[in-house]
Design a protein around this ligand. Structure first.
Ligand code: UT7
Length: 339
């Protein structure tokens, strides 16, 4: 069977309106603008208000991506939502989004639970389905509402200053017209995990590991409902795995790093991305960062980065783009594509 190729057809993002500065955080916890900027590069992040959920953010990002692609929602035959902050434990957020977006009944709706690597995992899944001819057009979304799930006291500051809410969406479709490697296409995607580090960045509760219920009183007493992170371990592995994943994507396609026009890395920490750039020997002006404005929006950082890069005129048709992510799981991933 001749495998087909997929490509990006459109991109969109949505950040909730409320902007929270580093100084705003000092109202809840002992932290400072200086500490947050120096250690992470973050200046502001966006937080939802009221009852807004992850699928609400995903909805607007998806509508924008469909419009950008010039694709009607009835043409979508696969819906993927990557998130670690689902609307509900089950069913998946993709099902709630399917209803809100009005994607026709029968279209498969899939949640990806691979945290910071979630968007590239989702892209990889969509790419495989498109390659084999099972799907013609897919919506791949990364969306998160972190602000309602974090410990906003001093005890949780190492985690809670880093994360923000937001969503990004891509329409990915089959390309029937690829004649050369200069045409828009996804060359390859690469996904990995190492569960030996599953508890280095995780949220314990709700969990079947309690004896009495999924969410006993002890879970609240121990603050098990809040994410915990071993920041130093995550940092060390991120700066090793992301360069590795980029090299893997280049090697798979016989490409040299100098040929890449733009790098869109996951946005966990500006210092991580500066170290990754240094290790790869690439100039920082080829790396598009958004963490200063949005913080870490986990599964949403890469599609938000693509949308912002297009809006800023940094990402143009025909450019060769390399993307990589690393996060909880541990999971890591990469993709090489022609925009
Ligand atoms: O998407 C993947 C998810 N996450 C990541 O990739 C995060 C990876 N890790 C990191 O980005 C960094 O490790 C952090 C930004 C989380 C921390 O930076 P660091 O330079 O490794 O700081 P540290 O853990 O060495 O902490 C230094 C000090 C500690 O105080 P003591 O023990 O030296 O007195 C912390 O208690 O900074 C303190 N601290 C804070 N101070 C003010 C920790 N968080 C804060 C805070 N504000 N928010």
């Amino acid at each position: 069977m001749m495998l087909k190729k997929s490509k990006f057809l459109g991109i969109g993002s949505y950040l909730p309106k409320r902007v929270v500065t580093n100084n705003d955080l000092t109202a809840f916890m002992d932290t400072s603008d200086e500490w947050i900027r120096e250690r992470s590069g973050i200046e502001t992040r966006h937080w939802v208000e009221g009852t807004t959920t992850t699928s609400d953010l995903a909805l607007i990002a998806a509508e924008r991506a469909l419009e950008n692609a010039g694709v009607k929602k009835d043409e979508i035959d696969l819906l993927i939502v990557a998130t670690l902050s689902p609307d509900h434990d089950f069913p998946g957020t993709a099902c709630f989004l399917q209803e809100k977006l009005g994607i026709r009944a029968g279209v498969p709706a899939l949640d990806v639970r691979q945290q910071c690597s979630g968007f590239l995992y989702g892209l990889s899944i969509a790419d495989q389905f498109i390659k084999t001819g099972m799907v013609k057009k897919a919506l791949v979304i990364g969306a998160e509402v972190h602000s309602k799930g974090m410990d906003l006291t001093t005890a949780g500051r190492e985690v809670s200053v880093l994360f923000g809410d937001g969503a990004g969406a891509a329409v990915v479709g089959v390309c029937d017209d690829v004649v050369s490697d200069k045409d828009s296409q996804i060359f390859s995607t690469h996904i990995h995990a190492d569960g030996n580090f599953a508890r280095e960045l995780w949220v314990k509760a709700p969990s079947m590991t309690y004896s009495t219920s999924r969410l006993p009183e002890e879970a609240f007493a121990n603050k098990d409902t809040f994410p915990k992170m071993n920041g130093k371990t995550v940092f060390i592995h991120a700066t090793r795995r992301m360069p590795e994943a980029i090299q893997e994507a280049l090697a798979a396609n016989n490409r040299k790093i100098e040929e890449v026009d733009l790098f869109i890395f996951h946005q966990a920490n500006l210092r991580i991305n500066q170290m990754v750039a240094k290790q790869l020997g690439i100039s920082e002006d080829k790396v598009f960062n958004t963490i200063q404005k949005y913080g870490n929006t986990t599964a949403a950082t890469i599609p938000i980065g693509l949308a912002d890069a297009v809006a800023a005129g940094k990402l143009k048709k025909g450019m060769l783009v390399a993307s990589a992510a690393f996060g909880s799981g541990f999971t890591w991933s990469s993709a090489l594509f022609r925009w």
